[in-house]
Design a protein around this ligand. Sequence first.
Ligand code: 4AD
Length: 431
Amino acid sequence: METIRIINAKDHVGEKVKLGAWVANKRSSGKIAFLQVRDGSAFFQAVVVKSKVSEETFDLAKNLNQETSIWITGEISQDDRSKFGYEIQVEDIEVISDSHDYPITPKDHGTDFLMDHRHLWLRSSKQHAIMLIRNEVIRATHEFYQDQGFIKLDSPILVGNAGENTTDLFQTEYFDQKAYLAQTGQLYAEAAALAFGKVYTLGPTFRAEKSKTRRHLIEFWMIEPEMAFVEHEESLKIQEEYVSHLINSVLDNCDYALEVLGRDKGKLRQFAQLPYPRISYDQAIEILQENDFDIEWGADFGSPEETFLASQYDRPIFITNYPKAIKAFYMKKHPDRSDVVICADMIAPEGYGEIIGGSQREDNLDKLLEEIENFGLGTEEYEWYLDLRRYGSVPHSGFGLGLERTVTWLAGIEHIREASPFPRLLNRIYP
Ligand code: 4AD
């Protein structure tokens, strides 16, 4: 008899199999017990019919506690009424380890309670489905870049200089020196791009942002491609193709998770349509002013502004050429306008906000030096980064996609905290 995982049940219809699982929920009548079981790969129903099993097995099934681990043997059958499509007709059950008073019951719990029990909450079907989507986004990311000859290079987590700004840095001791947790892998990705041409990083980044919103994490993962000899327009094309690929991959490979989450697949299909509209920051300000937003040129967009702008379109949009003063020091100045930089943010539909920030990088040594000074950063710490402009500088562009923001959007969930297995939030580092 073969030991299988629930996700593969479709390949074993009519066969007698064995599987290890946990009891997620149960209901029973006098003659039949329905166990909702999970094994990490999926959830499905185990049907225990009194007349078909021993009295002992039926009693055991009826009295199983939530999260008790069990071995089940039985025959796989099709079940068109469930989201999953298959179930198991139980012949025997063996308890591996009992579970008593599992804290997360099928009733409603408050968010704080669930977050305190995140190590257990991850077992629930919704959280499980979100993590399947996260996994698919990571898989499809590697597929997209590896297929195009990008090299994955890992940037350091402990760094000696600020990557984005000096306001939300986590500082720590590094023997007798100061160090920070990386806000971005970008500067290192730039060094790597000048060594390998096309590269990407995928790793954790940290922002000591005191913002408690449904879009901000303290620790989040970023995918940061960086490309030598690539100007901004070409980078925008790669960005939209990448996001479209992520959507299509989730549609192709996460049907079960999308069903569990109740995500509208038609909408996702629409969001994968290319090209994505591009509007300039100037145009965005005009649109907002025409629609009674109290905003002046030079201000950054918050969630209401981004949500409104995105709602004017049926797919993600790019907002290009932001004012220099509200963007990072490394962005290349616009050749015709000294007040804006060559950059774009990609804004997701449905109020999910910015998922990508990207730009062409300043490749001129003197201009970059000037900006480092303008931003009040010490040039000494950036000597290595300036070397990239000293020895064969080339036009280059890159961007960062926030993994959890993207997963939040694709899964169609309310809050970014559920897109990370163990989210680090303001005032929360447990569990
Ligand atoms: O716009 P950001 O700050 O860009 C950078 O860090 C660049 N160095 C990237 C690059 O060009 N290589 O951040 C990029 C993305 C945002 O669009 C957002 O998706 C995500 O990272 N992000 C956050 N996600 C969750 N919580 C936070 N606090 C985030 N801050 C940024």
